[in-house]
Design a protein around this ligand. Structure first.
Ligand code: ISE
Length: 342
């Protein structure tokens, strides 16, 4: 039996706790040896559940611990860049939840450091690439069976967001998934993009909701993504790619449709469940993603979404946030792709 990869987790909030459970219970070839969180009690609580070491709020100390071979970063978004750089300072494997950073410049710093080390050490948590629905869509599109892709119509709807959530986070924290998955589905890059403010819901007054993201690709595809962060009903992810001779559409997570005698006080005659918690929607994809990451680390060569992919999503995100209120498409210009990521 291969030696187990020893992981330390920075961030024991919602997804951090869930990844800890997953890495310990579901993923072969690894174990979590330590956890930390800027709220010390959150780390202590998670550590106690699994009988592992808590570093409390000493996240830097945990990253440096010689027993920790790989660091999983699931802390709040604005801290990602800093913890990735600290992990790279130790030349350790790093799995960083999306977004890689808050802006493209910070991602460039991460890529520069990886190149200095001479090895890809960072994988970004774009788990949708591991979802069987998206993977099948990609297979069909790239087979060319239904012609070349023309359009993507997508929606990313959340029930709510945490305190302090801002309009820009609708892009950096939420739409960032589409910014990755659309270029991956199309095997294409973005030319330009803009955010449009449309009629607003009364579900929140704290940030723009909905926002519509428009993107044009180098090959001329047109993408529109509806972003809602307070949709009043559930977690709903939609994606349809229109090709020349057909379309491909992301399946709903539950296929079961219930039909029964309608009851005016309870259920209508036909219904299907709607998810509410985003952590459940891609639950299988997270498992596949971590299995693949741990296997790749054992093989000594990462193959999942790289710092480059994290960077491109942030370049697009920066352009979109910059476009807000201007009614103009902003160019999405990246630096030249370094050889390491080709
Ligand atoms: C969360 O961080 C995610 O990654 C979810 O997929 C997204 O839908 C949610 O809006 C984010 O806050």
């Amino acid at each position: 039996m291969e030696k187990e990869l020893k992981i330390g987790i920075v961030g024991c909030g919602a997804i951090g706790k869930d990844h800890c459970r997953r890495l310990i219970n579901n993923i072969a070839g690894c174990t979590v040896v330590a956890v930390s969180d800027y709220v010390a009690e959150a780390a202590d609580e998670t550590a106690k559940l699994y009988g592992i070491k808590s570093y409390g709020n000493d996240c830097d100390g945990m990253i440096k611990d010689p027993d920790v071979e790989a660091v999983v970063i699931t802390s709040i978004d604005p801290t990602h860049h800093d913890y990735v750089m600290k992990t790279l300072a130790e030349e350790k494997w790093c799995f960083c939840e999306k977004p890689l950073s808050q802006n493209a410049k910070d991602c460039e710093e991460i890529m520069a450091r990886e190149q200095e080390i001479g090895k890809k050490l960072v994988q970004v948590g774009f788990m949708r690439r591991y979802d069987t629905g998206y993977a099948e869509m990609k297979r069909i599109i790239s087979s060319g069976e239904i012609g070349k892709p023309l359009l993507i119509k997508a929606a990313h709807r959340n029930v709510s967001q945490g305190p302090g959530f801002k309009t820009e986070n609708g892009i950096t924290n939420v739409a960032i998934h589409e910014l990755d998955i659309c270029r991956w589905l199309l095997d294409d890059e973005y030319e330009d993009g803009q955010v449009v403010k449309v009629r607003q819901t009364s579900n929140t007054t704290e940030y723009d909701n909905p926002q519509v993201v428009l993107l044009r690709t180098k090959n001329g595809c047109f993408i529109d993504v509806e972003i809602q962060c307070a949709d009043g009903y559930g977690y709903d992810i939609q994606c349809e790619v229109v090709c020349e001779n057909g379309t491909v559409k992301l399946p709903d997570p539950y296929a079961v449709v219930r039909r029964s005698r309608p009851d005016p006080n309870k259920l209508p005659g036909e219904s299907m469940p709607i998810m509410v918690d985003w952590k459940d929607r891609f639950i299988d994809a997270y498992d596949i993603e971590f299995n693949d990451w741990v296997e790749a680390v054992h093989e000594g060569k990462l193959r999942g979404p790289s710092s480059w992919d994290g960077y491109v999503a942030c370049v697009a995100g920066d352009a979109l946030n910059e476009s807000r209120g201007s009614s103009e498409f902003k160019k999405i210009d990246t630096i030249e792709k370094p050889d390491m990521y080709k």
